[in-house]
Design a protein around this ligand. Structure first.
Ligand code: AMP
Ligand code: GLY
Length: 429
């Protein structure tokens, strides 16, 4: 059979690479893909944009595509699943209604509180005067979030009341995120350690992937501006067996069942961004209706089960009979970014050092493009280099050794990906 992966980033490279290993699969088409997916054996790029549903569906029909897997949130929130369903095509993705868990923070917060799923206290506002009153009453630190999609940048963790009011004003005026900020959520600041908990759901049952943790802040020690993610590793030691069970029982299962009770079947990947406090209690910071990026890169490296089979079984509501298996090894991915990201940056720089091979590592492309034989930078997050190892330290050392051979003008990356897990390893060997 043939498979179509929709998207062009590092996550889609990882999903396509993994899908291409399935014994059932002949060709994995990637729309539009990137030079990394183009070079993957068994994969082939197709020049169709992720939001051109008609062209994607037509391509699936004329190329014997039996399964489409969707990477990014844009087409999910815009209803690609419903569009494919209407054409009688199998598409593993949440429906437009289900994707509101990511597409609208107001929807997801309201859903969480109605179903008693642990999350920070909050209020939703469209009037600045009301938001200001609430912010003054609650005090700082406090968190201001644009309601709609804002490419991972619609959140301000404000240290002072003034900063919070400024953020609320710039969002509500529409100047900061356009319509996505016309409604805001003002949320209690949650302290603790973050973890990404990603599951695959068939609408009734959810199976967890191996736990992971990403580094959203740009700079060393998780400081500086928020980004789409500067690196990630799996497993996340903060998610102990007890905490894992607690997350399934208090967050994941009630979410899938709550959606079902509300008449919305959640079929697809579901990503819960969690804060785990000092007492080991997990609360939801956000939901994403997709796999994480860069979490997908290390998690797909550890996944031993057949990804295509998994998506097929989920579409057939058969996950209760499936078990996932993961390598015991640690996988750790370092994102190489364009200087200036997440702000303005230049593209078009030639990347050197891509063709080296190193055991226990794999390189995933994200923002790259081919120019004849050369590979050029074409985005903020450009590459993700993953190392595997028996410990976090070993996986980290391998990843950084491979990174050393890669360069372009203004390349930058964090040198401390996985530092919390490495600390845990040294303190609790
Ligand atoms: P989000 O886009 O909702 O994932 O938020 C981006 C980042 O902001 C998260 O990864 C957290 O680091 C931080 N954040 C969001 N909400 C909160 C909160 N209620 N308390 C503390 N940090 C938060
Ligand atoms: N790594 C964060 C995200 O995918 O949203």
């Amino acid at each position: 059979m043939n498979v179509l992966v929709v998207g062009a980033g590092g996550r889609e490279h990882a999903l396509a690479w993994k899908a291409s290993q399935s014994t059932q699969v002949e060709t994995v088409f990637v729309a539009p893909g990137n030079p990394g997916t183009a070079a993957e054996s068994g994969c082939q790029n197709v020049d169709i944009r992720v939001d051109d549903f008609t062209a994607l569906a037509n391509f699936a029909v004329s190329n014997d595509v039996e399964l489409t897997i969707v990477g990014p949130e844009g087409p999910l929130v815009a209803g690609i699943r419903d569009f494919f369903d209407a054409r009688g095509l199998r598409c593993f993705a949440p429906s437009q209604q289900a994707a509101q868990l990511e597409g609208s923070k107001a929807f997801s917060k309201e859903f969480l509180s109605r179903h008693n799923i642990p999350t920070g206290r909050y209020e939703t506002f469209s009037s600045l005067a009301d938001a200001e009153r609430y912010i003054h009453a609650e005090g700082a630190p406090i968190v201001i979030k644009a309601d709609g999609l804002a490419a991972g940048k619609g959140v301000v963790v404000a240290a002072t009341v003034d900063e919070a009011v400024d953020a609320a004003r710039s969002m509500l005026s529409g100047e900061r995120f356009g319509d996505a900020g016309k409604e805001i959520v003002v949320e209690e600041f949650l302290a603790g350690e973050e973890a990404s908990f990603i599951v695959v759901s068939d609408g009734e049952v959810a199976l967890p992937f191996a736990s992971s943790q990403d580094h959203k802040a740009r700079d060393v020690g998780d400081t500086g501006p928020n980004t789409g993610g500067m690196g990630a590793y799996s497993p996340a030691p903060v998610v102990s067996d007890d905490i894992h069970q607690q997350i399934m029982a208090t967050i994941i299962d009630p979410t899938i069942q709550g959606m079902d009770a509300d008449g919305i079947r959640y079929q697809g990947f579901l990503y819960a961004g969690l804060m785990i406090d000092n007492e080991g209690v997990a609360k939801v910071i956000e939901f994403n209706c997709r796999f994480g990026d860069p979490e997908a890169q290390p998690v797909m490296m550890r996944l031993e089960s057949d990804l295509v089979e998994l998506c097929q079984r989920a579409l057939d509501t058969e996950l209760s009979t499936v078990e996932l298996s993961f390598s015991e090894e640690v996988a750790l991915g370092v994102v190489l970014a364009s200087g200036g990201y997440p702000g303005d940056y230049k593209t078009g720089h030639e990347i050197r050092g891509l063709v080296q091979h190193m055991d226990g590592t794999k390189l995933f492309h994200a923002g790259t493009r081919a120019d004849e034989a050369r590979i050029l930078t074409a985005g903020g997050r450009v590459l993700c280099v993953v190392g595997m190892g028996g410990s976090v330290g070993e996986a980290q050392a391998r990843a950084y050794r491979r990174v050393e051979g890669i360069e372009w003008k203004d390349m930058f990356y964090r040198r401390d990906i996985g530092y919390r897990a490495v600390q845990r390893e040294t303190v609790e060997p």
